[in-house]
Design a binder for this molecule. Structure first.
Ligand code: CA
Length: 225
């Protein structure tokens, strides 16, 4: 999942970016409000983490302007303990949630997952395909009774595939979504990671869930139940 962080305190921004990347998020960080607003209106993010006091456009103006443009990307405001009025105003303007600094990264990721889920209209933490279950909050993965351990990047790839069951995702889409860079036709990074996922998820199973669509990309098969 692709998250934009708009925060001018370098230390806080780095702490958030590092923590979210470790959890498998793809993160863009900018340090001023004008740049943040520009990115938020030109690129699709799954969520925005937004400081209130920023050089350039401030966080509250960004929320107001996004909502005026009918951009409903989930927004979490970062506020100082003293910014009670701003916090309330932010929620009234259409922010979805707020966190008071300092906070634990676990709390931020839990709120992010819950917001992204809500905005995708999902009612549960669980993604399923056949007997494969992925819990987005605890990050537990099970195929039947067998527990599966994935690296953060493998987890992101599996999550991306499982959010669109049955749909073929191209290597370009996967690269941009999971690696956050534009597709280099010479790289086989997607193929390598698909192989790793297969080894962990499909290798000893009768029903193979990860399907290659030749010349196009990959998809998670939805087995008939
Ligand atoms: Ca600030």
């Amino acid at each position: 999942m692709h998250v934009l962080v708009v925060e001018d305190e370098k230390k806080t921004a780095n702490f958030i970016a590092k923590g979210l990347k470790e959890q498998g998020f793809v993160v863009d960080v900018v340090n001023n409000g004008d740049e943040g607003y520009h990115l938020a209106t030109t690129e699709p993010f799954d969520a925005i983490i937004l400081d209130i006091m920023l050089p350039g456009r401030d966080g509250l103006s960004i929320v107001r302007n996004l909502r005026e443009r009918h951009n409903h990307v989930p927004v979490i405001l970062l506020t100082a303990r003293s910014e009670l009025n701003e916090r309330v105003e932010g929620l009234n303007l259409g922010a979805d949630d707020y966190l008071t600094k300092p906070f634990y990264i676990e709390e931020l990721t839990a709120r992010l997952h819950s917001l992204i889920r809500r905005s995708a209209g999902e009612s549960s933490n669980l993604l399923r395909a056949g007997d494969l279950r992925v819990d987005l909050v605890t990050r537990e993965i099970k195929r039947g009774d067998r527990e599966i351990t994935l690296s953060p990047r493998e987890f992101s790839l599996l999550e991306y595939l499982m959010r669109s069951p049955g749909r073929v995702l191209t290597r370009t889409q996967i690269c941009e979504h999971v690696w956050n860079y534009h597709f280099d036709p010479d790289t086989n990074v997607v193929g390598v990671y698909i192989q790793r996922l297969r080894a962990k998820i499909d290798a000893d199973e009768e029903v193979k869930l990860i399907e290659t669509v030749r010349g196009v990309g990959y998809r998670i098969k939805e087995p008939k139940s």
